[in-house]
Design a protein around this ligand. Structure first.
Ligand code: ADP
Ligand code: ADP
Length: 224
């Protein structure tokens, strides 16, 4: 479970990115964080991973106060999260397989174990046939699905995806969303930001942010 308790974020220069956000996200939901560019969506996602700290308020992830975690504990938190963030590009000088193996290798997994788990992850997003390709030979949608495989290779219970369908045409965006929804079906909580409203009906819940505040929120009967 993820809980925001009266969270505000003031960046240097007085940009107020989030104002008094209180929010509870139960396990297993697929939630869309909607709202225009600059609304605070990335900031909210980064706070769950402890990448940004609240100026005031509290962010709890599975009963743990993320804002109070020591810097040294953050890697442990992040290993439990599948992060698909804007500034985490694939490494272009190595194969798709090697990119997806990397999170396991850095935590000390044996190469053979890492490879078989990376293949399973690639299979889940429909990208196993491109395992030996280099990232730049793939389409944007394919690269995004590989980024999802890399994020879930540690079998996280929570996936945070920042604008995973940005710059994709509808067909590719649908493939990316289907991959995320498959993990939700397996019990993984998915929190997805998007300024694109065409997919909102696929969420179990939609939260609208505008100028750092929640302006609307509803539950869908379709995908819950
Ligand atoms: P969104 O993801 O909805 O586009 P962001 O969370 O990226 O919104 O940004 C919310 C607000 O915070 C914007 O006004 C943005 O300019 C500001 N902001 C984001 N990151 C920083 C930062 N590192 N330093 C200063 N201001 C920032
Ligand atoms: P199991 O633990 O027996 O594999 P689960 O109920 O945990 O089964 O998951 C159902 C399916 O979804 C399995 O194929 C599993 O591999 C996959 N799955 C579930 N959670 C994750 C995750 N966080 N990352 C990758 N795959 C997952």
């Amino acid at each position: 479970m993820i809980e925001f308790d009266n969270v505000s974020k003031l960046y240097a220069g007085d940009a107020c990115a989030l104002r008094n956000i209180s929010l509870t996200i139960p396990d297993g939901e697929l939630i869309f964080l909607a709202g225009p560019s600059g609304a605070g969506k990335s900031t909210l996602l980064k706070m769950i991973a402890g990448i940004e700290k609240p100026t005031t308020g509290r962010v709890m992830v599975n009963g743990q106060d993320v804002s109070k975690l020591q810097t040294s504990s953050l890697p442990y938190l992040r290993r439990k999260l599948g992060l698909i963030l804007q500034d985490q590009k694939l490494l272009n000088d190595r194969s798709i397989l090697s990119n997806v193996m990397l999170p396991l290798i850095v935590t000390g997994a044996a190469a053979q174990e890492a490879e078989s788990r990376a293949r399973v992850a690639l299979e889940k997003v429909g990208m196993l046939d491109k395992a030996n390709a280099l990232p730049l030979t793939l389409s944007g949608g394919e690269q995004q699905r590989v980024a999802i495989a890399r994020a879930i290779v540690n079998r996280p219970k929570i996936i945070l995806a920042d604008e995973p369908t940005a710059f994709l045409d509808r067909e590719n965006a649908n493939k990316v969303l289907s991959a995320l929804k498959a993990f939700q079906s397996a019990g993984v909580t998915c929190l997805i930001s998007s300024h694109d409203e065409q997919f909102l009906d696929q969420a179990s819940r939609v939260i609208y942010l505008s100028k750092g505040q929640i302006t609307d929120s509803w539950n869908s009967s379709i995908a819950a």
